[in-house]
Write a protein that binds this ligand. Structure first.
Ligand code: FRU
Length: 485
């Protein structure tokens, strides 16, 4: 792993010429994605500013141009008309003011009238490296470039630590008000969300109070990227609790969870119907964000970062890492959250293969398994050995995913075996494989499993329990790996 000095990590990008060579050196990597948004150079992490505006989906990602390292963060902009085909649109927000001198950190978008508004975290640090986070806003200009407000909407509050960031804006119709949720940590180092309110998008913001979530007063050390949406009359609150271990999640201290419940904006209380659930059971899924302006009361649109803050990935050797997940649609079925790949992704299917056990480098698999215990192993060698194994234990109603058999091992200290608990017997599995990721949807989306994976040339096969059936589709690429900065 390369060592970076602070100067190298926080270098300011002055011209595209400084990174064109980095781009040229990675486009031919075997692990560049074919239908996932990925960093144009360097590192991508959280999805930001995701929303629908005048016929176009806008998405940004946290971007460090210089390499596979968390340093000076920009927002890099991509757009799409269908949430499947994405076009690189160039740098979105740059850390070029006093308030964001050490990074334009995460935030969200909101479309209103002719304008798309971006709400982001200005990560200010002084000469002694003391951090002050500001909540800032920008408006997308006609040329597609954001114009920042000269002053932040508000600064941090003294009753909380330096960790106050990731504004998620929502409009609450019955209150005729905008609310911003901020991820925070209190002075006892417990995770919190803070709420601000205003009648106007760009002015008049005041602190409404701390979000109360009964039963979650001591849950997690920092709630990164809180996000809320209504589906079918219920509120879904998601956030990424950090600095904490959770049962069944190995040694990882970063997670992405959700609660289903009711949000009362008068008392600022989110009352959960039950316990928290994992948004995804995989090794790498974090900082997910709902799209704004979806305007369908029965579904939400979500995207996440395939990666975790403290993890390291094999493409670091090639000076880049990170990928967005595919876009998901979330619905409530019998009170449960169900997640599936965005509608229309089937349009990427190219050839249907007769299932001879080989795996194309990017493809979709639909598997049906017989009743009882079963095995479905991906990325095995031609003789069926190794790979990422999935064993279903029917008595426990649990799928155990084990990637210790892969040639390229990484983040071993966090754990390479994870369980996916199901509520009913395992019936079907849908798998989306791209060149460095795998996303698995169990039982029509009742549970999902997302991970980076770096198969070698000899790991392009699969095996399934006798009686199981697999349909394999090759896919057409839907992202163009071009250099737009
Ligand atoms: C989550 C996060 C956010 C922050 C951003 C910085 O991964 O730590 O809380 O705004 O990344 O890149």
């Amino acid at each position: 792993m390369r060592e970076w000095t602070r100067e190298e990590r926080y270098r300011v990008l002055h011209s595209a010429d400084e990174i064109v060579g980095l781009h040229d050196s990675i486009v031919s990597s075997d692990y560049r994605q074919k239908y996932h948004v990925q960093p144009v150079t360097g590192l991508s992490s959280d999805p930001n500013g995701f929303g629908y505006h005048k016929g176009v989906w806008h998405l940004y990602y946290q971007w460090c141009p210089w390499g596979a390292v968390h340093g000076l963060k920009y927002w890099y902009h991509v757009t799409s008309e269908d949430l499947i085909h994405w076009t690189n649109a160039g740098v979105g927000l740059k850390p070029d003011t006093f308030y964001d001198n050490r990074g334009t950190h995460s935030g969200s978008a909101f479309s209103s009238g002719d304008d798309l508004y971006l709400f982001y975290t200005g990560n200010h640090r002084d000469d002694d490296w003391v951090r002050t986070p500001y909540t800032c806003a920008a408006k997308l200009g006609k040329d597609g470039k954001p114009v920042k407000l000269p002053e932040p909407l508000f600064g941090p509050r003294d009753e909380y630590s330096e960790h106050q960031r990731d504004p998620k804006i929502v409009y609450v119709e019955d209150k005729k008000k905008y609310f911003i949720f901020i991820g925070a940590q209190n002075l006892d180092l417990k995770g919190r969300a803070l709420i601000y309110e205003s009648d106007d998008l760009l002015e008049g913001w005041s602190f409404a109070g701390e979000l109360k979530v009964p039963g979650f007063e001591s849950f997690g050390g920092m709630w990164e990227c809180p996000c809320i949406v209504k589906i079918g009359g219920k509120d879904i609150l998601i956030f990424s609790p950090q600095y904490t271990k959770l049962p069944g999640r190995g040694e990882s201290t970063n997670h992405n969870i959700y609660l289903i419940g009711n949000m009362d904006y008068d008392t600022l209380t989110f009352t959960p119907d039950g316990d928290y659930q994992f948004l995804d059971f995989g090794f790498d899924f974090y900082a997910a964000q709902f799209a704004a302006n979806v305007n369908d009361p029965d579904k939400a649109i979500l995207i996440g970062w395939i990666g975790l803050p403290d993890n390291h990935y094999p493409t670091e050797e090639e000076d880049w890492e990170g990928s967005m997940s595919i876009v998901r649609e979330l619905r409530l079925v019998d009170g449960k959250l169900v997640q599936n790949p965005v509608e229309g992704i089937e349009g990427l299917r190219d050839e249907k293969l007769d299932g001879d056990g080989t795996l194309p480098t990017f493809c979709e698999l639909i598997a049906e398994v017989p009743d009882g215990d079963s095995d479905f192993n991906l990325f095995t060698k031609a003789d069926g050995s190794g790979g990422m194994t999935m064993h279903y234990d029917a008595a426990q109603k649990t799928v155990r995913v084990d990637r210790r058999g892969m040639d390229k091992r990484f983040n071993e200290q966090v754990g390479e075996v994870l369980d996916v608990p199901l509520t009913g017997p395992l019936k079907n599995i849908r798998v989306l494989i791209d060149r460095c990721s795998v996303e698995i949807f169990f039982n029509d989306g009742e549970a999902t499993f997302t991970s980076h994976i770096y198969p070698t040339d000899s790991e392009h096969n699969y095996t399934i329990t006798e009686g199981g059936k697999v349909t394999v589709y090759t896919l057409k690429p839907s992202v163009i790996d071009d250099f737009v900065v």
